[in-house]
Design a protein around this ligand. Structure first.
Ligand code: ADP
Ligand code: MG
Length: 362
Protein backbone atom coordinates (compact mmCIF):
# COMPACT_ATOMS: atom_id res chain seq x y z
CA UNK A 1 0.00 0.00 0.00
CA UNK A 2 1.24 3.46 -0.77
CA UNK A 3 0.42 7.04 -1.51
CA UNK A 4 1.06 8.16 -5.07
CA UNK A 5 1.18 11.89 -5.56
CA UNK A 6 1.98 13.66 -8.81
CA UNK A 7 1.38 17.37 -9.11
CA UNK A 8 2.63 20.25 -11.13
CA UNK A 9 1.43 23.68 -10.28
CA UNK A 10 2.53 27.19 -11.14
CA UNK A 11 1.32 30.14 -9.17
CA UNK A 12 0.36 32.93 -11.47
CA UNK A 13 2.13 35.90 -9.99
CA UNK A 14 2.82 39.38 -11.15
CA UNK A 15 6.26 39.10 -9.63
CA UNK A 16 8.60 36.95 -11.63
CA UNK A 17 9.84 34.31 -11.54
CA UNK A 18 6.64 32.55 -10.61
CA UNK A 19 6.88 29.60 -8.27
CA UNK A 20 6.47 26.15 -9.78
CA UNK A 21 5.79 22.97 -7.87
CA UNK A 22 6.64 19.76 -9.67
CA UNK A 23 6.62 16.50 -7.72
CA UNK A 24 6.17 12.83 -8.40
CA UNK A 25 6.22 10.89 -5.17
CA UNK A 26 5.52 7.37 -4.07
CA UNK A 27 5.24 7.36 -0.28
CA UNK A 28 4.63 4.64 2.28
CA UNK A 29 1.05 4.44 3.50
CA UNK A 30 2.15 4.04 7.08
CA UNK A 31 4.26 5.90 9.59
CA UNK A 32 5.34 9.51 9.44
CA UNK A 33 6.71 10.96 6.22
CA UNK A 34 8.50 14.24 6.87
CA UNK A 35 8.52 16.89 4.18
CA UNK A 36 11.68 18.78 4.98
CA UNK A 37 13.03 21.82 3.24
CA UNK A 38 13.59 25.53 3.53
CA UNK A 39 10.81 28.06 3.72
CA UNK A 40 9.36 28.65 0.27
CA UNK A 41 10.35 25.23 -1.08
CA UNK A 42 6.72 24.25 -1.66
CA UNK A 43 5.86 22.07 1.32
CA UNK A 44 2.57 23.75 2.13
CA UNK A 45 1.66 23.93 -1.55
CA UNK A 46 2.13 20.18 -1.82
CA UNK A 47 -0.11 19.53 1.19
CA UNK A 48 -2.73 21.86 -0.28
CA UNK A 49 -2.65 19.88 -3.54
CA UNK A 50 -3.08 16.65 -1.63
CA UNK A 51 -5.95 18.07 0.40
CA UNK A 52 -7.66 19.23 -2.78
CA UNK A 53 -7.40 22.88 -1.78
CA UNK A 54 -5.37 23.61 -4.90
CA UNK A 55 -7.28 22.35 -7.87
CA UNK A 56 -4.38 21.28 -10.04
CA UNK A 57 -5.66 20.14 -13.42
CA UNK A 58 -3.03 17.52 -14.09
CA UNK A 59 -2.79 16.09 -10.60
CA UNK A 60 -2.77 12.41 -9.73
CA UNK A 61 -3.38 11.17 -6.20
CA UNK A 62 -4.02 7.66 -4.96
CA UNK A 63 -4.19 7.03 -1.22
CA UNK A 64 -4.00 3.40 -0.25
CA UNK A 65 -5.61 2.24 -3.46
CA UNK A 66 -8.33 4.89 -3.34
CA UNK A 67 -8.15 7.41 -6.16
CA UNK A 68 -8.70 10.98 -5.04
CA UNK A 69 -7.62 12.61 -8.26
CA UNK A 70 -6.65 11.72 -11.82
CA UNK A 71 -7.18 13.12 -15.31
CA UNK A 72 -10.84 14.08 -15.51
CA UNK A 73 -11.59 13.21 -11.89
CA UNK A 74 -11.33 15.36 -8.78
CA UNK A 75 -12.67 14.25 -5.41
CA UNK A 76 -13.77 17.43 -3.66
CA UNK A 77 -12.05 18.47 -0.43
CA UNK A 78 -14.96 17.60 1.84
CA UNK A 79 -15.09 14.06 0.48
CA UNK A 80 -11.42 13.35 1.10
CA UNK A 81 -11.04 11.48 4.38
CA UNK A 82 -8.15 13.49 5.68
CA UNK A 83 -7.19 15.41 8.77
CA UNK A 84 -5.34 18.69 8.50
CA UNK A 85 -3.46 20.17 11.43
CA UNK A 86 -1.93 23.60 11.01
CA UNK A 87 0.70 25.58 12.84
CA UNK A 88 -1.97 27.38 14.83
CA UNK A 89 -4.75 25.15 16.11
CA UNK A 90 -7.96 26.43 14.57
CA UNK A 91 -10.38 25.36 17.28
CA UNK A 92 -13.86 26.85 17.53
CA UNK A 93 -13.50 29.43 20.29
CA UNK A 94 -17.15 29.29 21.37
CA UNK A 95 -17.11 25.52 21.89
CA UNK A 96 -15.55 23.56 24.73
CA UNK A 97 -12.89 21.00 24.00
CA UNK A 98 -15.64 18.36 24.04
CA UNK A 99 -17.66 20.41 21.55
CA UNK A 100 -14.66 20.70 19.27
CA UNK A 101 -14.07 16.97 19.44
CA UNK A 102 -17.73 16.24 18.67
CA UNK A 103 -17.35 18.30 15.53
CA UNK A 104 -14.50 16.01 14.45
CA UNK A 105 -16.66 12.98 15.12
CA UNK A 106 -19.47 14.42 12.98
CA UNK A 107 -17.05 14.72 10.09
CA UNK A 108 -16.38 10.99 10.29
CA UNK A 109 -20.00 10.44 9.27
CA UNK A 110 -19.38 12.37 6.09
CA UNK A 111 -16.48 10.09 5.29
CA UNK A 112 -18.79 7.14 5.81
CA UNK A 113 -16.39 5.38 8.12
CA UNK A 114 -17.04 3.75 11.45
CA UNK A 115 -16.46 6.30 14.17
CA UNK A 116 -13.56 5.54 16.47
CA UNK A 117 -13.92 5.32 20.22
CA UNK A 118 -13.46 8.89 21.38
CA UNK A 119 -12.07 7.74 24.73
CA UNK A 120 -9.09 6.10 23.03
CA UNK A 121 -8.18 9.26 21.18
CA UNK A 122 -8.69 11.41 24.27
CA UNK A 123 -6.44 9.08 26.20
CA UNK A 124 -3.85 8.89 23.43
CA UNK A 125 -3.43 12.66 23.48
CA UNK A 126 -3.83 13.07 27.24
CA UNK A 127 -6.65 15.63 27.08
CA UNK A 128 -9.25 13.96 29.33
CA UNK A 129 -8.93 16.65 31.99
CA UNK A 130 -9.50 19.44 29.49
CA UNK A 131 -12.85 18.43 28.01
CA UNK A 132 -14.94 21.12 29.68
CA UNK A 133 -12.56 23.99 28.97
CA UNK A 134 -12.81 26.57 26.23
CA UNK A 135 -9.81 26.90 23.90
CA UNK A 136 -8.84 30.27 25.39
CA UNK A 137 -8.03 28.48 28.66
CA UNK A 138 -5.64 26.00 27.04
CA UNK A 139 -1.90 26.32 26.60
CA UNK A 140 -0.53 26.31 23.06
CA UNK A 141 0.55 22.69 23.41
CA UNK A 142 -2.84 21.63 24.76
CA UNK A 143 -4.63 23.41 21.93
CA UNK A 144 -2.51 21.55 19.42
CA UNK A 145 -3.25 18.22 21.10
CA UNK A 146 -6.97 18.96 20.94
CA UNK A 147 -6.64 19.92 17.27
CA UNK A 148 -4.89 16.63 16.56
CA UNK A 149 -7.54 14.67 18.48
CA UNK A 150 -10.28 16.45 16.54
CA UNK A 151 -8.58 15.59 13.27
CA UNK A 152 -8.26 11.94 14.31
CA UNK A 153 -11.92 11.69 15.32
CA UNK A 154 -12.87 12.35 11.73
CA UNK A 155 -11.20 8.95 11.08
CA UNK A 156 -8.88 10.20 8.37
CA UNK A 157 -7.15 7.90 5.94
CA UNK A 158 -4.37 10.43 5.79
CA UNK A 159 -3.23 13.03 8.30
CA UNK A 160 -1.60 16.20 7.04
CA UNK A 161 0.37 18.22 9.57
CA UNK A 162 1.87 21.53 8.53
CA UNK A 163 4.56 22.60 11.01
CA UNK A 164 2.28 21.72 13.92
CA UNK A 165 4.89 22.61 16.53
CA UNK A 166 6.38 25.68 14.90
CA UNK A 167 4.38 28.13 16.98
CA UNK A 168 5.28 26.46 20.28
CA UNK A 169 8.19 27.29 22.53
CA UNK A 170 10.80 24.71 23.39
CA UNK A 171 9.07 23.42 26.52
CA UNK A 172 5.66 23.06 24.84
CA UNK A 173 7.34 21.25 21.98
CA UNK A 174 8.96 18.82 24.35
CA UNK A 175 5.62 18.22 25.98
CA UNK A 176 3.84 17.38 22.73
CA UNK A 177 6.49 15.25 20.97
CA UNK A 178 5.79 12.10 23.01
CA UNK A 179 2.15 12.27 21.92
CA UNK A 180 3.18 12.45 18.29
CA UNK A 181 5.40 9.43 18.85
CA UNK A 182 2.48 7.52 20.30
CA UNK A 183 0.38 8.51 17.33
CA UNK A 184 3.04 7.15 15.02
CA UNK A 185 3.46 3.93 16.98
CA UNK A 186 -0.15 3.16 17.86
CA UNK A 187 -2.27 4.31 14.93
CA UNK A 188 -2.23 2.93 11.43
CA UNK A 189 -2.84 6.32 9.79
CA UNK A 190 -0.14 7.63 7.47
CA UNK A 191 1.03 11.12 8.35
CA UNK A 192 2.59 13.72 6.08
CA UNK A 193 4.47 15.98 8.43
CA UNK A 194 5.90 19.27 7.25
CA UNK A 195 8.78 20.60 9.25
CA UNK A 196 11.96 22.49 8.91
CA UNK A 197 13.07 21.58 12.42
CA UNK A 198 15.80 18.92 12.20
CA UNK A 199 15.22 17.62 15.73
CA UNK A 200 11.55 16.88 14.99
CA UNK A 201 12.39 15.10 11.77
CA UNK A 202 15.14 13.01 13.38
CA UNK A 203 12.86 12.00 16.18
CA UNK A 204 9.57 11.39 14.42
CA UNK A 205 10.02 10.58 10.77
CA UNK A 206 10.15 7.12 9.22
CA UNK A 207 10.45 8.40 5.68
CA UNK A 208 11.95 11.65 4.51
CA UNK A 209 11.23 13.81 1.49
CA UNK A 210 13.62 16.68 0.91
CA UNK A 211 12.02 19.62 -0.87
CA UNK A 212 13.91 22.31 -2.71
CA UNK A 213 12.59 24.97 -5.11
CA UNK A 214 9.29 23.18 -5.66
CA UNK A 215 10.85 19.78 -6.27
CA UNK A 216 11.32 16.69 -4.20
CA UNK A 217 15.07 16.29 -4.55
CA UNK A 218 15.18 13.06 -2.56
CA UNK A 219 12.77 10.63 -0.96
CA UNK A 220 13.49 7.51 1.07
CA UNK A 221 13.57 5.83 4.47
CA UNK A 222 14.97 8.21 7.09
CA UNK A 223 17.97 6.12 8.15
CA UNK A 224 19.00 5.60 4.53
CA UNK A 225 18.56 9.26 3.63
CA UNK A 226 20.67 10.48 6.52
CA UNK A 227 23.61 8.34 5.52
CA UNK A 228 23.52 9.23 1.84
CA UNK A 229 26.82 10.82 0.97
CA UNK A 230 25.69 12.38 -2.30
CA UNK A 231 23.05 14.33 -0.46
CA UNK A 232 24.39 15.65 2.76
CA UNK A 233 21.24 16.41 4.68
CA UNK A 234 22.34 18.00 7.83
CA UNK A 235 19.77 17.39 10.47
CA UNK A 236 20.97 19.76 13.08
CA UNK A 237 24.50 20.65 13.81
CA UNK A 238 26.09 17.62 12.28
CA UNK A 239 25.88 14.65 9.98
CA UNK A 240 24.98 11.40 11.64
CA UNK A 241 23.04 8.17 11.51
CA UNK A 242 19.83 7.20 13.22
CA UNK A 243 19.08 3.72 14.51
CA UNK A 244 15.80 2.31 15.68
CA UNK A 245 16.60 0.13 18.66
CA UNK A 246 15.22 -1.46 21.81
CA UNK A 247 16.49 -1.03 25.33
CA UNK A 248 18.01 -4.45 25.98
CA UNK A 249 19.65 -4.21 29.39
CA UNK A 250 20.70 -1.90 32.20
CA UNK A 251 23.91 -1.64 34.09
CA UNK A 252 22.69 -0.08 37.32
CA UNK A 253 26.16 0.20 38.86
CA UNK A 254 27.40 2.40 36.06
CA UNK A 255 24.09 4.09 35.12
CA UNK A 256 24.26 2.76 31.60
CA UNK A 257 21.63 1.32 29.29
CA UNK A 258 22.27 -1.04 26.40
CA UNK A 259 20.31 -0.47 23.22
CA UNK A 260 20.07 -3.30 20.75
CA UNK A 261 19.56 -2.62 17.06
CA UNK A 262 19.27 -5.11 14.23
CA UNK A 263 23.01 -5.68 13.96
CA UNK A 264 24.57 -4.94 17.31
CA UNK A 265 24.38 -3.17 20.62
CA UNK A 266 25.54 0.15 21.98
CA UNK A 267 25.84 1.42 25.54
CA UNK A 268 24.71 4.87 26.49
CA UNK A 269 23.78 6.86 29.57
CA UNK A 270 20.71 5.43 31.30
CA UNK A 271 17.82 7.87 30.98
CA UNK A 272 15.36 5.71 32.87
CA UNK A 273 13.77 4.14 29.78
CA UNK A 274 12.50 0.66 30.69
CA UNK A 275 14.03 -2.50 29.27
CA UNK A 276 12.01 -3.58 26.25
CA UNK A 277 11.09 -0.03 25.19
CA UNK A 278 11.63 0.96 21.58
CA UNK A 279 13.98 3.92 21.28
CA UNK A 280 15.58 5.90 18.54
CA UNK A 281 19.22 6.85 18.89
CA UNK A 282 21.51 9.09 16.93
CA UNK A 283 25.19 8.50 16.31
CA UNK A 284 26.97 11.57 15.01
CA UNK A 285 29.70 11.15 12.41
CA UNK A 286 32.12 13.10 14.55
CA UNK A 287 31.70 10.60 17.39
CA UNK A 288 32.67 7.63 15.26
CA UNK A 289 36.25 6.61 14.59
CA UNK A 290 37.66 3.68 12.64
CA UNK A 291 40.48 1.27 13.37
CA UNK A 292 42.11 -1.46 11.31
CA UNK A 293 42.78 -3.70 14.29
CA UNK A 294 40.38 -4.50 17.08
CA UNK A 295 41.12 -1.80 19.61
CA UNK A 296 42.21 -2.93 23.06
CA UNK A 297 42.89 -0.70 26.02
CA UNK A 298 40.59 1.96 24.62
CA UNK A 299 38.32 4.11 26.76
CA UNK A 300 35.63 3.60 24.15
CA UNK A 301 33.05 0.99 25.13
CA UNK A 302 31.20 0.67 21.89
CA UNK A 303 33.23 -1.21 19.32
CA UNK A 304 31.55 -2.94 16.39
CA UNK A 305 32.84 -4.76 13.32
CA UNK A 306 32.06 -3.00 10.05
CA UNK A 307 32.77 -2.72 6.38
CA UNK A 308 33.44 0.46 4.41
CA UNK A 309 30.48 1.02 2.13
CA UNK A 310 31.24 4.42 0.62
CA UNK A 311 33.53 7.37 0.97
CA UNK A 312 32.41 10.93 0.40
CA UNK A 313 33.34 14.56 0.75
CA UNK A 314 32.70 16.50 3.84
CA UNK A 315 32.13 20.22 4.07
CA UNK A 316 35.71 21.07 4.86
CA UNK A 317 38.44 19.82 2.49
CA UNK A 318 40.41 18.39 5.43
CA UNK A 319 37.63 15.96 6.31
CA UNK A 320 36.01 12.94 4.74
CA UNK A 321 32.78 11.15 5.55
CA UNK A 322 32.96 7.37 5.51
CA UNK A 323 29.81 5.26 5.44
CA UNK A 324 30.33 1.99 7.26
CA UNK A 325 28.00 -0.94 7.15
CA UNK A 326 27.49 -2.64 10.49
CA UNK A 327 25.32 -5.67 9.79
CA UNK A 328 22.26 -4.16 8.11
CA UNK A 329 22.78 -0.72 9.63
CA UNK A 330 24.82 2.15 8.26
CA UNK A 331 26.90 4.52 10.35
CA UNK A 332 28.81 7.59 9.29
CA UNK A 333 32.32 8.35 10.48
CA UNK A 334 34.08 11.65 10.05
CA UNK A 335 37.82 11.34 9.65
CA UNK A 336 40.46 13.76 8.56
CA UNK A 337 41.53 12.91 5.06
CA UNK A 338 45.01 12.45 6.40
CA UNK A 339 43.97 9.72 8.82
CA UNK A 340 41.80 8.09 6.15
CA UNK A 341 44.88 7.96 3.93
CA UNK A 342 47.03 6.60 6.76
CA UNK A 343 44.49 3.86 7.41
CA UNK A 344 44.24 3.13 3.70
CA UNK A 345 40.46 3.40 3.87
CA UNK A 346 38.89 1.78 0.79
CA UNK A 347 35.43 0.59 -0.13
CA UNK A 348 34.94 -3.04 0.91
CA UNK A 349 37.54 -2.90 3.66
CA UNK A 350 36.56 -4.52 6.94
CA UNK A 351 37.47 -2.65 10.08
CA UNK A 352 36.42 -1.75 13.60
CA UNK A 353 34.02 1.04 14.32
CA UNK A 354 34.42 2.86 17.63
CA UNK A 355 31.44 4.87 18.78
CA UNK A 356 32.32 7.44 21.38
CA UNK A 357 28.89 8.77 22.11
CA UNK A 358 25.26 7.82 21.41
CA UNK A 359 22.32 10.14 21.98
CA UNK A 360 18.83 9.06 22.82
CA UNK A 361 16.35 11.10 20.78
CA UNK A 362 13.79 12.20 23.33
P1 ADP B 1 6.78 26.28 2.17
O1 ADP B 1 5.56 25.73 2.82
O2 ADP B 1 7.80 25.23 1.84
O3 ADP B 1 7.39 27.39 2.96
P2 ADP B 1 4.94 27.27 0.17
O4 ADP B 1 4.37 26.09 -0.48
O5 ADP B 1 4.09 27.96 1.19
O6 ADP B 1 6.37 26.91 0.77
O7 ADP B 1 5.29 28.35 -0.91
C1 ADP B 1 6.12 28.11 -2.02
C2 ADP B 1 6.21 29.36 -2.87
O8 ADP B 1 4.97 29.63 -3.50
C3 ADP B 1 6.58 30.61 -2.09
O9 ADP B 1 7.47 31.34 -2.87
C4 ADP B 1 5.26 31.32 -1.95
O10 ADP B 1 5.46 32.68 -1.85
C5 ADP B 1 4.52 30.93 -3.20
N1 ADP B 1 3.06 30.87 -3.01
C6 ADP B 1 2.42 30.11 -2.11
N2 ADP B 1 1.09 30.23 -2.23
C7 ADP B 1 0.88 31.11 -3.24
C8 ADP B 1 -0.29 31.65 -3.88
N3 ADP B 1 -1.51 31.32 -3.48
N4 ADP B 1 -0.09 32.53 -4.87
C9 ADP B 1 1.14 32.88 -5.27
N5 ADP B 1 2.26 32.39 -4.76
C10 ADP B 1 2.16 31.52 -3.73
MG1 MG C 1 4.65 26.23 4.66
Amino acid sequence: MSIEARFSLTYPTSASPAFALDVDLQLPAQGITALFGPSGSGKTSLLRCIAGLEKVKTGHLVVNGECWQKAGFFLPVHRRALGYVFQEASLFPHLTVQGNLDYGAIRSQRHQVTPVDQRNIVELLGIGHLLLRKPERLSGGERQRVAIARALLAVPKLLLMDEPLAALDFERKREILPYLERLRDELAIPVLYVSHAPDEVARLADHLVVMKDGRAVASGPLAEMLTRLDLPIRLGEDAGAILDATVGAMDADWHLARVDFASGSLWLADHGVAVGSPVRVRVLARDVSLAREQPGGSSIQNILPGRVDAIGHDEHPSATLVRVQVGQAMLLARLTRRSAAALGIAVGQTLWVQVKSVALLE
